[in-house]
Design a protein around this ligand. Structure first.
Ligand SMILES: Nc1ncnc2c1ncn2[C@@H]1O[C@H](COP(=O)(O)OP(=O)(O)OC[C@H]2O[C@H](OP(=O)(O)O)[C@H](O)[C@@H]2O)[C@@H](O)[C@H]1O
Length: 315
């Protein structure tokens, strides 16, 4: 049983994380699926993109239900945060620009010498090195992403135009047609500019009684859509833009996963996002995700940092 995190009321996130090395544990046994998604607590994009599960059991032609989306939240940012555009993950780690790590926290001990006085580097207090983020830990694995136990979140990268027309997205569309309808409806009700850098967590349909119902309903998989490019094909965003959107999209998704609460969501898995049709080398996306720093409101009370995500690739 996971214990509620007692958030430190002061101190840096990085300091707190040193004491939060417990693996993600949702502990609680599966409960009845949420009929209405909870709103994310503590975040302004709380009404985010969690799709309402369908109550029409086993009907793949069901009408998608989506909530109105506040797609451009302005989050209250910490002092170390730089930037506030939707595609800026706001962790100050530089992955929103060129993926080079930078130090966001100013050093109180590093001051300029008075005019006319030479700096004395040897006497300077060494600036503490920023701790590497360990909010999300990616574990690479070869295998079938879709061969996952119930309640697993399966994450993939999406365009914002409502198409799952190629690559692994097409496989998602075939296996999860109802989820596709939810994703498509979400794209239709907003614009790519507002959607990019966001995410959509699509809960599974309610479990069918016994062995009845659609295959999709039987699988009970959550689908996590990361909107990393506004469009697809030749009109897709540049690799830099895609990487810039990847961190914030993952943060948004984690908030929606956290809002599902303990016992509902199981493992978190992803494919090597952006590395196929979006043509961004996987190590860069991997780095963008792993350097994301999450705050309390990003993970909720049921998650413990670091959160493990298994990234599947084919042979
Ligand atoms: N069947 C399969 N089973 C298992 N793994 C598979 C697979 N097929 C591919 N992979 C691997 O999965 C990773 C991601 O490669 P992908 O090319 O899929 O995705 P991406 O994130 O680069 O790009 C997103 C856009 O692709 C889509 O198609 P459309 O633009 O709509 O046409 C979306 O809608 C977006 O727009 C790579 O490691 C592939 O080897």
């Amino acid at each position: 049983m996971p214990t509620k995190r007692t958030a430190a009321s002061s101190g840096q996130d990085s300091t707190r994380r040193q004491f939060k090395q417990t693996k993600l544990n949702f502990g609680r046994p599966p409960s009845q699926p949420q009929q209405r998604p909870k709103q994310v607590q503590g975040g302004e994009d709380a009404v985010g993109l969690t799709a309402a599960p369908n109550e029409d059991q086993g009907d793949e032609t069901r009408k998608p239900q989506t909530k109105n989306v506040k797609t451009n939240p302005e989050e209250p940012e910490e002092s170390s945060v730089v930037g506030s555009t939707p595609a800026d993950d706001g962790n100050g780690d530089g992955d929103d620009a060129d993926l080079t790590t930078t130090t966001s926290a100013p050093s109180p001990t590093s001051t300029s010498p008075p005019a006319g006085q030479a700096a004395a580097p040897s006497k300077k207090t060494p600036r503490p090195k920023p701790k590497p983020s360990s909010s999300l830990r990616i574990i690479d694995k070869v295998g079938d992403l879709f061969d996952a136990p119930p309640r697993t979140v399966l994450i993939h990268a999406c365009n914002c135009t409502g198409s799952w027309g190629g690559g692994i997205a097409l496989a998602f569309k075939k296996s999860y047609p109802a989820a596709y309808e939810v994703y498509n409806a979400q794209c239709k009700q907003t614009t790519p500019d507002r959607l990019v850098g966001k995410a959509l967590l699509i809960p599974p349909p309610p479990p069918p009684p016994a062995a009845t119902g659609s295959r999709e309903a039987q699988k009970q998989h959550y689908i996590g859509c990361l909107f990393t490019s506004k469009r697809y094909g030749r009109a897709r965003d540049s690799p830099e833009e895609i990487l810039k959107a990847t961190g914030p999209a993952m943060r948004h998704l984690m908030r929606q996963i956290a809002a599902e609460g303990g016992g509902r969501v199981g493992e978190i898995r992803m494919c090597q996002i952006n590395s196929g049709l979006f043509d961004v080398p996987w190590p860069l996306s991997r780095k963008a995700i792993q350097s994301l720093e999450l705050r309390d409101e990003d993970v909720g009370e049921h998650l413990e940092l670091p959160v493990d995500i298994v990234a599947y690739s084919r042979d």
